[in-house]
Design a protein. Structure first.
Length: 141
């Protein structure tokens, strides 16, 4: 009985993908292992690619073109939740917008709730841009 349990545990442990294997899988999917393609993966809402990028060691707080990965997600709740679970900062932005503004623009209540539960600070919305305030729906949460 103990031998069988040990054999099962070893089999499960050996099935885990290493970061090097994940990088190979990312490349096999047609991406390059870099920030620009990480953002492309997030923008396309490719959950498999996202999981592989993160497993390969990509930082969920990476920014490109003035946007964080949470902002590149454009309010996609599945992507936002996966990034948050991987350590993305709910308040992190690339300087152009904020994750919550992008989620409000995307219209996903689940994404908005995930960001708020992860600690997104609403005052960022109020001070982000006086010339172009976020939609009023952002304050009706």
């Amino acid at each position: 009985m103990r031998f069988t349990l040990l054999l099962v545990l070893l089999t499960v442990a050996s099935c885990e993908m290493t970061p090097k294997q994940a990088r190979r899988e990312v490349i096999d999917m047609g991406y390059s292992y870099g920030r620009a393609d990480f953002a492309k993966c997030v923008t396309k809402a490719d959950t498999t690619g996202l999981r592989l990028f993160l497993l390969a060691g990509m930082d969920p707080n990476t920014t490109t073109s003035g946007y964080s990965m949470l902002e590149h997600a454009d309010g996609d709740a599945d992507i936002i939740e996966q990034l948050l679970q991987s350590g993305a900062d709910a308040n992190g932005g690339g300087g152009v917008s904020t994750p919550l503004i992008k989620a409000v623009e995307g219209g996903s209540e689940r994404a908005i709730q995930a960001l708020l539960q992860a600690g997104h600070r609403l005052q960022q919305l109020r001070t982000h841009s006086l010339a172009d305030p976020p939609p009023e729906a952002a304050f009706d949460l």
